[in-house]
Design a protein around this ligand. Structure first.
Ligand code: UDP
Length: 234
């Protein structure tokens, strides 16, 4: 595969066209680390590779249809080209982060069942929480599509949580993004990595991006532990 023009550069990934394959794109995972809507920035060597490897492992493991085609080099991934739905889909098994703060609950507060949430992906608005009704009426998705996204996200949660428990990890929450192929097929896209999940050891040690957000140190070691443990569980 040959990389051609840069289509898009985000905080942590670059997306290129693939020579002679308009239905595919080439994603490059960068070493950058950002939090709080880009207000806090850092990086570490090997982060791009760890996130590519973690995402690749999960995309190949999960049964939900997704955009992964193959890995490319150390930090690249060939994926199906998708027209992205501008929603951040979050599933929570325990309250942490923004929703814990919103309701003044302790991080780690258990929930009676997995909580499905939608956020509108627009950095200038701070990715606000939105209802399914808002997403439909404002034209970002259809009710049928949201039902399908919810089913897929909850299935990812079941399979990913079960994988984590095999190696004494607990999946606290995660964010997914979905998109459609030119043929209209809905696929799970973007990445699933320590940047987009909260994963704790069963003893409550945080291994994910919260190590960076909360200045807990050993960020790389946390990302590495998530990858190594998930790999050993498959
Ligand atoms: N998340 C993400 N990208 C975002 C916002 C959230 O990957 O732009 C992930 C985050 O890492 C966590 C989950 O989605 O695993 C829920 O995040 P939350 O709403 O608690 O927001 P945060 O605490 O990141 O502000």
């Amino acid at each position: 595969m040959q990389k051609s023009d840069l289509i898009y550069e985000g905080k942590c990934k670059k997306i290129f066209k693939v020579e002679g394959a308009s239905d595919k794109v080439w994603m490059e995972f960068k070493d950058n680390l950002t939090a709080y809507n880009n207000k806090k920035k850092s990086s570490f060597t090997g982060k791009g590779r760890l996130n590519r490897d973690t995402s690749s492992l999960l995309f190949q493991y999960l049964s939900v249809s997704n955009h992964w085609v193959k890995d490319q080099g150390e930090t690249g991934m060939i994926t199906q080209s998708l027209s992205m739905i501008p929603l951040e889909v979050v599933v929570r098994n325990r309250l942490a982060g923004s929703t814990a703060k919103k309701f003044q609950k302790k991080d780690g507060t258990p929930l009676s069942s997995p909580l499905f949430e939608l956020y509108y992906k627009d950095e200038s608005l701070g990715d606000p929480f939105i209802s399914s009704e808002q997403a439909v009426v404002l034209g970002w998705s259809s009710i049928e599509e949201i039902d399908q996204i919810k089913t897929m996200a909850l299935l990812v949660n079941e399979e990913f949580s079960a994988l984590c428990s095999k190696v004494n990890l607990e999946l606290i929450d995660f964010k997914l993004e979905f998109g459609k192929t030119s043929k209209g097929e809905l696929l799970l896209g973007d990445e699933i990595s320590a940047d987009s999940c909260r994963i704790w050891t069963t003893k409550g040690k945080r291994l994910d991006k919260d190590r960076f957000r909360l200045d807990l140190g050993n960020v790389k070691e946390g990302y590495q532990e998530i990858y190594e443990k998930l790999k050993s569980a498959i």
